[in-house]
Write a protein that binds this ligand. Structure first.
Ligand code: 2U9
Length: 340
């Protein structure tokens, strides 16, 4: 049958053309040549009715099969060519273009300062303990011998939240939790966020960070406290730093002291940072008040202990020469990128 032979030949020609095709525009030429209005296959389909009764169904069926097959194969070819084109474009890298600079992250200066403080105390045998930031009045005040009429319990000095809870105003609540849970010896530091409703300015923030420390055992003395704090001050600020203790009052320690270091800027001569007196206050400390031991069930006849507390922001401001506490919390990259 003549027409059936032509269909076979058309199929072979089509497959050859597809194999040789390597771009979208010659693919369009193939489509016109094998599926277009004037192509041989279309002519055959158009003239099926004029064929003999015997040829008509065979040629009609085969021509339609070819028409569908050609359309499907051209679609596949199109996808192949487009994929190759896209990957070819991706490969075209212009090595002369300037590179993309990746912005490097850095540790926040408060985190660096806190890590240094932690490392010093850990090297002296202190463990690190953490506890809740929302606390009952018992853990924040009563157990620490802070009486109901103490100014720090005023709503102007502590954030009160629902019920009888407060946002802790120091991390001392953690010491109480620790002592309630374990007998002496205790040798721990308590870093963390604390909250006070201070009006925000260059040296005050309603939230700041403290590190407190506590050491309790038989025979712990004030000279142990001085030894630990002088190692801390020298490790933190330099071997030539001098330390002095001034008597002070805290309800939770007795005796109590404020701790100064010789000015890290002028070495003690007097400058703007130390306000001319040569000393910088950096810590508070003292021997744990026996009333605190009674509140947690420790025998004050058997055990003694020292405690201390410091503000992390104050120390970071001194170390890095930062003059405004708000800079720590504004998340301004112009400030933060100076610590990379
Ligand atoms: C217990 C017993 C005693 C912790 C102490 C200070 C002195 C102190 C201030 C430093 C600057 C707070 O961040 S700041 O504003 N802290 O002066 N803190 S003694 O004494 C304790 C704590 C817990 C059970």
């Amino acid at each position: 049958m003549q027409v059936m032979k032509r269909l076979d030949a058309i199929k072979v020609e089509f497959e050859k053309a597809v194999d040789a095709c390597s771009d979208v525009s010659s693919m369009e030429d193939i489509r016109v040549a094998f599926l277009g209005r004037k192509c041989e296959l279309t002519q055959i389909l158009r003239n099926v009715s004029s064929l003999s009764a015997e040829e008509k169904p065979l040629v009609g069926k085969q021509a339609n099969i070819l028409k569908n097959e050609f359309a499907r194969k051209l679609e596949e070819l199109k996808e192949r060519l487009e994929r190759a084109d896209a990957s070819g474009k991706a490969e075209k890298i212009d090595v002369t273009l300037p590179g993309i600079k990746r912005r490097l992250g850095a540790r926040h200066p408060l985190r660096s300062t806190l890590s240094r403080i932690n490392d010093i105390f850990v090297s002296l045998g202190f463990a690190i303990a953490e506890g809740p930031e929302i606390e009952t009045e018992f853990y924040n005040f009563e157990a620490l011998n802070i009486p109901l009429d103490h100014p720090s319990r005023d709503a102007f000095d502590t954030f009160y939240v629902e019920g009888k809870h407060v946002l802790r105003s120091h991390t001392s609540n953690v010491q109480i939790h620790v002592m309630q849970k374990q007998p002496p010896p205790v040798q721990m530091i308590m870093p963390g966020r604390v909250y006070r409703p201070d009006a925000v300015d260059a040296s005050h923030s309603f939230m700041f960070h403290q590190v407190e420390g506590l050491m309790v055992d038989r025979g712990v003395s004030f000279s142990d406290l001085k030894g630990v704090l002088s190692i801390f001050c020298r490790s933190m600020f330099g071997e030539d730093i001098k330390m002095r203790l001034r008597p002070h009052f805290f309800p939770f320690t007795e005796p109590s002291a404020e701790v100064d270091i010789s000015c890290i800027i002028c070495g003690g001569k007097g400058c703007r940072v130390c306000k001319g007196n040569g000393w910088l206050e950096i810590l508070g400390a003292g021997m744990v008040n026996p009333k605190v031991f009674e509140a947690v069930g420790y025998d004050p006849e058997k055990y003694t202990g020292f405690a201390f507390g410091m503000g992390v922001e104050r120390i970071a401001m001194l170390l890095y020469g930062i003059e405004d506490i708000r800079l720590f919390f504004e998340n301004d990259v112009r400030f933060l990128k100076q610590f990379i």
